[in-house]
Every structure is written in structure tokens, then in C-alpha cells.
Design a protein around this ligand. Sequence first.
Ligand code: GAL
Length: 990
Amino acid sequence: MSYLDDVSPGYGALPPRAAFSSDAPSLSLNGDWRFHLSPSLADAPPGIEQDTFDDSSWSTLAVPANWQMHGFGKPAYTNVQYPFPVDPPYVPSDNPTGDYRLTFDLPSAWLTQPAVLRFDGIDSCGRIWLNGTELGVTRGSRLPSEFDVGSLLRERGNVLAVRVHQWSSGSYLEDQDMWWLSGIFRDVTLLARPTGGISDYWLRADYDHTTGRGYLSVEVDGPAWLSIPELGILRASTDLPIDAGVVEPWTAETPRLYEGYLASDHERVPLRIGFRTVTIADGQLKVNGKRILLKGVNRHEHHPDLGRAVPYETALADVLMMKQHNINAVRTSHYPPHPAFLDLCDEYGLWVIDECDLETHGFSEVGWERNPSDDPQWEAAYLDRMKRMVERDKNHPSIIMWSLGNEAHTGRNLAAMASWTRSRDSTRPVHYEGDAACEYVDVYSRMYASHAEVDEIGQTTELPFIQCEYAHAMGNGPGGLLEYRELFEKYPRCQGGFIWEWLDHGIRQVDSEGRPYFAYGGDFGETIHDGSFVIDGLVFPDRTPSPGLHELKKIFEPVRISAPGAAIPTTQTHGTPGTANPAASKSPASSNSAETVAPQGDFDSPPPSTSPQAAPALPGGHPASSVSGGGDGEKGSLGAVDNLKVVVANHYDFSGLEQLSFAWKLEDEGVEVASGILHTPTVQPGQEVTLDLPKMPETQGESWVTVTATLAKDAAWANANHPIAWGQVNVKARQQTQGSREPREVPRDIGGIPIEAPKLDLWRAPTENDKPSDEETWRKNGLHRLQHRLISVEGGTTKTRVAPPARAFGMFVTYTWTGDETTLNLKVDIEPDGEWPGTLPRLGLRMALPKEYGNVEWFGRGPNEAYADTRQAAAVGRYKYTVDEMQTPYVVPQENGNRTEVRWAELTNDTGEGIRIEGDFEFTARRWTSEDLDAAEHTIDLTPTDWIYLNLDIAQNGVGTAACGPGVLPQYQLHAHKASIELTFTRLGS
Ligand code: GAL
């Protein structure tokens, strides 16, 4: 048996210890190394460890890096299945082997000290030599290993050689759903270890929420002093534990860190100390005595050009983006991240579940036969992985739970990991989703439990319940977040969870014409692969937010702003409105007055960061309007409005609202006419107040007040004025118009602008959430190939029957055109004929107009796309984009870009000519058809046509999260039903 097939963790490495910096010398060995890739161990050159080995013909490769990202071999993606035979612990002989060599000199004076060589990550197995002497073999790709090298170092010409194998026995334990990428992908560092220095320490900083006092204890391997100047503490480690006095605790909302140091006579270690205590009490996970709600995401380490060698700047950008989007927690799926990421979580404030580098999911393909999790010969490897994570990361206040790994079924080795962890660290609960019976974990964890199931769990479970994964953010979606939030707020034991997942793992490629796109499984010629299942994040591979992230930000708002009695915008064009906000135990409302100031032109628009360009004044040719009734009709009377109220609810776990500024603005059909600040009194976590809005000036059209909460001052993670939350209150209801009712023929143009006249359309390019649930039925029903039969034409009325081939069911569709020279009205009546099985993707009309009318402005919800179950982040307003900007570039093209509750939309050319459409509709506008979108596999497959295809819908089906998890909730499903839509088309410009 070779060292590749040996199930042990490896050999030669030093015992694991904490990752920290100190004033002892260190030398980064990152940089360009000599590199040579062989197809197998047998083909690898002999003697690479020798000083005299000639590597001049080798290539150069950066360390850290994954070699497949730099032209050596190719990335490969599988989700569950191993890309090699399930034959543990053996791996194929065709085992790409990367040989690395680096020659380095030491800084002067180094030689007097002992030293260790530290590798922060080698995927999957490394054999290491220094100056011709073997140091050992390491496995555990996302875990550090250190080797004692003091006696081997020389002043000049040290030769470090590392042989890295793509596959090893360790690969069986690293079957995470991600790209298979190899190499020395994290830092390599030479660290001096001064005699009498601090080789390891564990500083525990507890917080007693009943007294507000902190308690310090330290475990250190020699005499040392602990100093925290701000607390007046200077103590010998032997005098600990101590009462640190009254301190400010660390939480994810208030990540207070105290600077200090731990020093021996020969080494000084800087510390950043966060006082906090994690407990499980009353069946709840608590920090500092309070139940916390995890508004989390799962984060893999991935970069579109660099793979898992993620630069520090990217990790920082991730943390800042998370904070800016109201995310408060991260699960480091499914391995410990680069250690610097945890420093960032401490500093900026994120609750962390630190997960061990362990997954054996591929054994599920063979009925879990020979799964290492329950095989004693693998116990050492399991324990070694856990120890290396816990010891490395134990000093981080942000880590509130240890996770044993992911999807490794269950078994004695996992139980052994849990028991060792508990004996080593009694201060943090143990998590592992695979222990469904909760035999050796402290929290009940599930993935993708449906809403109904969470509802049941909320009523029964004894332990805190979290969803370590839910709401699969693949492509367009996830839908149904609002209903999950309601459950997490309803049941104290349901403490939130972690969206799957933060980021699309696309790999940036360029086609033969130089056009960039993101690749996924199968794009590198893999024999077996799992396609686009690796593209399931809230941000695109280049970290651009997807609409799902905007929606998530809204759902996760730590302060909720709403009209009294309408805590969430629940109106929708189709289906049963969402259930009411369950905010149960709120304090009695108090009333406070708000202050009015003069209108400000530069009010920070509430919703997403991709805010539209400023809207111009009301468009010319806007027909005179009459007041109509509507949902908020009682406020629709003309004149100033002075009885408006807004509810502000604090959903932070620890913070008040002092760090936020509240402002309001009044918009008349999307144009700002007044604004001011809103004084908000102290509101404790879990409490709410009802505030009076100032008297609003008279407006002409439909008007809304938007109240926004922004950061009052610069925070570490965002500047002052960064938007946190918003809500809208209707001031004046919709104005509707009536044009001439003279019959007209089906038009071929609108005021001279040629069109393809609107026709019934039921099809959308299936989203990745549609695929496993509805797509099959839709195709079986023939919704993508409807046929239209003319029944009659009478005056302006055309009757048709629209139906799929080979099916008996259909729709009677009656189009009635009326109007005059400037304005055309269309009324469409739809009536199902026969029984339609399943849902419909959409119910509406498709038309087309020439490509030059690509500037779009609309009044409705926006600015981003929204669907029935993903529309909380869409605010009523006036928005302006081009057709191209309205496309969401999902890595796998699919239905996207829908705008909802639209009152009017205008499509114009660059000189302002075009068409205005009024009504009550949802719409998409694109330069290709739904069929083109459906056929495309990558963004570069979409080619603009000479037309803009416009879908004007009564409704679309919701999105759901069936790519992994529940489908569209019943209230968001679209079924064939009798329906009508009325639209008015007006020619704009000369
Ligand atoms: C889970 C798994 C994740 C990912 C997800 C689907 O089962 O833990 O790693 O595969 O499903 O994308």
C-alpha cells in the first residue's frame, strides 16, 4: 500500500495549534515556484527532493494556486458522485501529480532559532522534503499542517520540494459539492519558533449577561503575561482566570474587540478579544443570554479565475457585502475557510459555524456501503481533521458552533469527533446535520425542510432547530423566503439558518470570439459531471449581486417599516396574498411626531444598490386622469393628507435603532415632491413604535411615502447613508384613464411604429427551480408550442382558441381593440376550455416592436426583477433602464427580468419616440424570444434579434426553490383560470 492509499492522516506533522501572528520572524514562501505536472505518480520524475535535481525545464506556477486554474489539467465538477471508482481507500493510478520546487535563502540571523514550516492548504495530498530530507505527508486539504524544520535550514539555497497528488485516500473524505481543484492553494510560511516563545494559546473571554462582566482564562504552553490596556489588565497567565470587570460584549451586531497581547520573555502575540458566551437554554441557542436569529448564508471559497485560492481582498469583499445585505451569519461550507476569513468575521461581526473538512456523500450512491464514517480504520483521520480545525480556530469569538462536516451519513467516527470536541471545548455547541437523531449533536439541523415541515418542527423539537441549508439560490430565485422568515419568528426554537449558497462557482472563460462567459460542470470535457448545480449562489461568480440577494436583504431587514396593519407588501396580481406578519409579542404602540423639511433632490433611493437613473419629470402626453377607487381608496381623496402613520419594528437581537437615521420621501407617480427626516424614539430589540408622518402636500397622481432607515454614521462595513431597510405607505390611490371605445382592427402598428400584435402566451424559459418541479408537465402539456385558431372577427373583436398540439384542453381568447388616432385600447378575455393539468408558467400576451425602442421607463414595482414569491424587495416607483440592463445574466440563461405591478411602461428610441402602455400588468422585455432563452446554455448563446419581445402578463407562476427544496407554495401557483387584461397603447413623440 502506498502512502496515497493509507487511511491515516499522514505522518511527520507537528500537533495542531492555533493560527496566530507574533513578533517572531516569519518568511512567506508564497510566490513563483518551479512546477511540473505528470499524469501519474509513475510518470513523475524521480529525485525531485535532491538539491542537484535540474528543474530548469519545468514551468512556473504561483503558490498559492490551484493548478487547473492556470492551464495544468482541467477543473472537474461533481456534486455527490465521486469522479473515481468507489473502492476505498484506493484511488486511480491515473492520478495527476504536481511537483513543486522552491529555492530560498533565509534572512540573516534566522539560523539561531528553531522553525516550523506551515502549509495552510494542500489539495489533496502532499509529500514534503526540505534540503533532501523528507518532512512527511499531509492530507486534509483545507487544514493546516506544520513540520519542524529548524535543524534542516541553511542560510542560503534551501530547497523545498513538494509532491502533490490530485487523488489520495483523503479524497474519499472530501466529496463536497464543488470543483475538484488541486495544488498548494493556501499560504506557505516559514515561522521562527523562539525558544521560550508561545507556541500555542487559547484565550477564553466569557461574558456574564446578568452582571455585564467579562471573565478571562488562558491556556498557554509556558509562562506568559496577558495585557489588555483598555481594561487595565496586566496579569501573569498563572494568575488567571480573572474577572475582567464590566465589558462591552462581542455580538455579530456589535463586534466589540479589545486589543491586547500575550507575551513571554521571547515572543509577543497580539490579541483581539471578544467577550461572549454561547449557551443552549430553554431549547434555544443563546449568545450572551439572548436567543439569536441566524440570518445566514453558506459560503464556499471560490474565485472565478483562481478557484479556491481566494485572495484576501475577495474574502473581505464577501464579508462587507454580507454585512451590507443584512446577513448576520456564515456557515463555512464545507471546510474551514482561509484563517483570515475568520479574522474578518471577528472584526466586522458575523456568527460563524466553522465546519470541518469532511464529506463522504459519494457513498450514498452505493447505499453507504463502506462509508468511512462508521469504519474504525478511518477514526484517526476523522479525529485529526476535527482537531486541526478546532485547534486552529479556537480563539475566534465569531465561531459559535463547531460543525463535524457535511453529508457523511452517520457513524462512530463522527460520534468520536463530537465527543473529542466537547471534551476539548465545552464553550461551543456541536453541529452536524447528518445526525438526524441528535445522538451526538447539540442542535437539531436540517437542510431544505419545507415550510410545512419547519412549522411542525417548531412545535415539537426539544433542541434549537436550524436549517443549515435552505432556499437554494440556483438561477432565478429562491422563492418563499418570506414564509420561512415568518416561521423563524413564530417559533422560538426555529432559529433561522443559512441560505444555500453565497456564490455561483462559475469559472470565467472566453470563447473564440473573445466573449467572456462563466463555465460550469461539463464545460471542461469531464467524463461525469453535474452540470450547472454548482451555479447556485446569491451572487454571480464575479460577485455581482443577483436579484436573490436584493430579496434576501429585504427579508433579513433588522428593522421593519410598514403601514399600520400591513407589515409587508402582500398585494399581488394573482394568487392568495402572503400570510400576515406574525410579529406577536410587540409592545404597545407609542406615537411620536415626525419633522418635515424641504424637498431634497438627492434622497438616497430605498431599494437595491443598482438604483436607476434619476427619473425625469412627468412625461408629456400624460392623459388627464380621474380618481378611481382601489385598495387604499380612502386615502385617495384630493388634498393634503395628514393622518398617515408608519410602524417601525426593531428586529435586531441586541441593538437599538440609535445607529440608524430615518427619512421619508413623498413621490407623486414616482417623482419626488417632498421629503424629510423622521425622528424615531428608542426602540428596544423586539419592540415596535407607530409614528405619525407629517402632513403630506397634495399630489396629482398615485402617491407613496417611502420611509428609509440608513446608517447614521460610517460603520466599519459601510458608509453613512448605507440603506438598511425601507417601507412604503400609500398616500393616494391609482388614477385610471378611459380612452375612446370606437372599434379598431387588429393593429400592425401603433401610430406608425410597426408591431407584432399581442397574442396569448403561456410559456417561459424554465428557471432552474422550474426544472425539477413544473417543467416536465409544462412540456407535456405543450405550453411551448401553442397553436392559435381563428374563430371569428367581428368589428374590433377577434375570437380565437389557443391550444397545444395533441391535447384537448385550450383557451378561448377574445381580443377587442378600440381607440382613436392616438390611443389604442386592447381588452383580452381568456377562458379555459377543458381541464388544464398542472400550473402555467405565465398567463399573458406577447408582442414585439422594433429593436430601436430599447429605452424603458416604467411606474410600478422595481427596480429589480420580481416574481410572485420573490417580490418583497421591489418598491413602487418610477424606473428607467435599457432593455439590455433589464436582463439578469443568469449563468444558465432562463426566465428573468420580470417587473411587477406595473401601471405604465414606455419604450422609446434615442429621440424619445415610442410606445406607452398603460394597464395593470407584469412585463419582461428582451431582444430574443423565450424560446431562444430556453435553448441557450450560456450567456454567449443569446444573440439580439431585430425585435424587442415584450411579454405583458396578468401573472407568472412563482419561482419556489425546487432545484433543492420545496416548489412554489400554493398561494403563488398560477393555474389556468378565467381572466382579463386591459391595456392602452399610446404613440409617444412625433
Ligand atoms: C446539499 C449539500 C450542498 C449542496 C446542496 C445543493 O445537500 O450539502 O453541498 O450540494 O445540497 O446545491
